[in-house]
Write a protein that binds this ligand. Structure first.
Ligand code: NAP
Length: 500
């Protein structure tokens, strides 16, 4: 047997030990195989290359059952039969656990070529270990991918596929790729949540249920406790399976210190600014390894509030996104909110995967918070006026001696009817004003819309009249009732407009 034949056989043996090719002693000298390093090249490098080629060809079909120890033993045993000049010792094993590539480059490749090209046993073990490591990694990778995919499929709740105009660069629907990270059990940084009111609590719980660790804060501790209690009762089992949780903290500054991405869901501009200030006080000395914090304010506010918040947070240390939402707490619980984003593209991207958990659709409508705030207020003009008009219709139909429930039914079958008018009509009929979206919030939205119209010298008489009705409902004690209670502004015995 020539020296080169011995080298070739060594590679064969090592590869066979990895379960890659049938063991055979090549009758041909190794020089017959393509060796880009030429005849003077280091033979250790050459063996490794060959072993590697065989392993990669085989790893797709049989990555399992590879044990590096077994391989080493098998390689030694087999080679001993072929070359009595080799004596393997276990003492050499110590340094063989290093990455095979680095062994190849840092050690053997730099070793001067020997005159005697008889392969030492160490090279076999390395080639065999390399094969084992590589196969084991491939297998682990594949198993991890399958597990992630299984979790993703499990989580896929009723998803409505909504159409997106393909020519609109600011529009994107939730795609499967955007949900990839949410079900992983790896310890991703916690996400901050400020404000656990009706909306905030539902959003934070949805995030946690999807596998996110949520660090949450609320001004009054009873609502924070109610949120955690509901989470424990209803979501905990599912959340834990995915690595999610909700833990409350004592102040917003703690969240600034620990969370890279934070969402806020607060009542109005004053609350949004106050809480942002408290959060910002925790930014000094906050870690993050140079990563900018991302702060996403989902509250319905005006553009000026968003700009102030950016100043308070510091434009150089926090990337800010205004992302008011459309949809109620039920949509938040189902992950079907609509996010209207305004701010930096970086902040939008950083928040996207979490918005996709809580929402069905998102837009980046402009590069300032003002863009988002104004777009959201347009929707609120419609909402306030529609429900204001519904309250008026419902109250007048009763005054006229009509069957108001029959009128509501006609409405729901007509072109003017909608899921919103049907749902709120029922609440008006039953006088069930337990809060979903409260009167004080709808009135705040109309106030902000009227301020905007005023700034722009734009007359908005219909909205102004509707706003007066919500103000009246508030003054009658319905501030914290569902905004269907605007109907009560027409019929409440204390209402100045009501004549018996
Ligand atoms: P909510 O139940 O009344 O909750 C308001 C939250 O703001 C609570 O966490 C409250 O804390 C906090 N807050 C109020 N003033 C504060 C202050 N000065 N400092 C610190 N925190 C303060 O209202 P929501 O329904 O969740 O609505 C939140 C936001 O989402 C509003 O901007 C609303 O317009 C918008 N929105 C609501 C809906 C809906 O259907 N409800 C839908 C879309 C958008 P406390 O618990 O301590 O009072």
């Amino acid at each position: 047997m020539t020296e080169r034949t011995g080298a070739s056989n060594a590679a064969n043996i090592a590869s066979h030990a990895a379960g890659c090719i049938p063991a055979r002693i090549s009758p041909k000298p190794c020089v017959a195989r393509a060796n880009p390093l030429g005849v003077d090249a280091n033979p250790w490098v050459h063996w490794m290359r060959i072993a590697r080629r065989h392993v990669s060809a085989k790893s797709e079909s049989s990555p399992q059952d590879v044990s590096s120890n077994a391989l080493g033993v098998e390689a030694r045993r087999t080679y001993s039969g072929a070359s009595s000049s080799l004596a393997a010792t276990d003492d050499d094993d110590d340094d063989d656990d290093a990455d095979a590539d680095s062994v190849l480059v840092d050690d053997d490749a730099r070793r001067p070529a020997r005159d005697d090209r008889t392969p030492p046993p160490r090279a076999f073990r390395r080639a065999a270990r390399f094969a084992a490591t590589r196969d084991a990694r491939t297998d682990a990778h594949r198993r991890a991918n399958m597990a992630n995919e299984a979790r993703r499929v499990t989580f896929s709740k009723r998803r409505k596929v909504r159409t997106t105009r393909p020519d609109d660069p600011h529009t994107s629907t939730r795609s499967s790729s955007t949900t990839e990270g949410m079900a992983t059990k790896t310890r991703a940084p916690a996400v901050g949540f400020l404000g656990l009111g009706i909306m905030g609590a539902a959003m934070a719980r949805t995030l946690a249920r999807s596998g996110v660790r949520v660090a949450a804060w609320n001004r009054s501790s009873d609502k924070a406790k109610a949120c955690v209690d509901a989470f424990e009762r209803e979501d905990r089992a599912l959340a834990e399976e995915r690595g999610g949780s909700i833990a409350t903290v004592g102040c917003p500054s703690e969240i600034a210190g620990t969370c890279e991405v934070t969402f806020a869901m607060l009542a109005d501009p004053r609350a949004a600014v106050d809480v942002a200030r408290a959060y910002a006080s925790g930014l000094d000395g906050a870690g993050g390894g140079g990563t900018k914090r991302t702060y996403v304010d989902c509250s319905t506010v005006d553009g000026g509030c968003g700009e102030s918040t950016m100043d308070i947070l510091g434009r150089d240390r926090v990337q800010f996104l205004a992302a008011p939402v459309s949809g109620g707490w039920r949509d938040a619980a189902k992950g079907e909110l609509l996010f209207i984003g305004g701010g930096s593209r970086e902040a939008y991207e950083a928040a996207s995967k979490h918005m996709d958990v809580m929402g069905a659709k998102r837009w980046l409508v402009g590069d300032t918070p003002t863009h988002a705030a104004r777009a959201k207020l347009m929707l609120q003009i419609m909402m306030g006026n529609v429900i204001g008009a519904l309250g008026e219709m419902h109250s007048l139909s009763q005054r006229a001696g009509l069957d108001s429930s029959a009128v509501l039914e006609m409405l729901s079958h007509s072109a003017m009817g909608s899921p919103l008018t049907t749902a709120k009509g029922k609440l008006m009929e039953s006088k069930d004003f337990s809060p979903n979206f409260q009167v004080y919030l709808q009135q705040k939205d109309l106030r902000l819309a009227l301020q905007l119209a005023d700034e722009l010298d734009f007359a908005a008489p219909i909205t102004a009249a509707t706003n007066a009705q919500y103000l009246k409902a508030k003054s009658l004690g319905y501030a914290n009732s569902d905004f269907a209670a605007v109907a009560a502004a027409y019929t409440d015995a204390r209402s100045p407009g009501r004549s018996e």
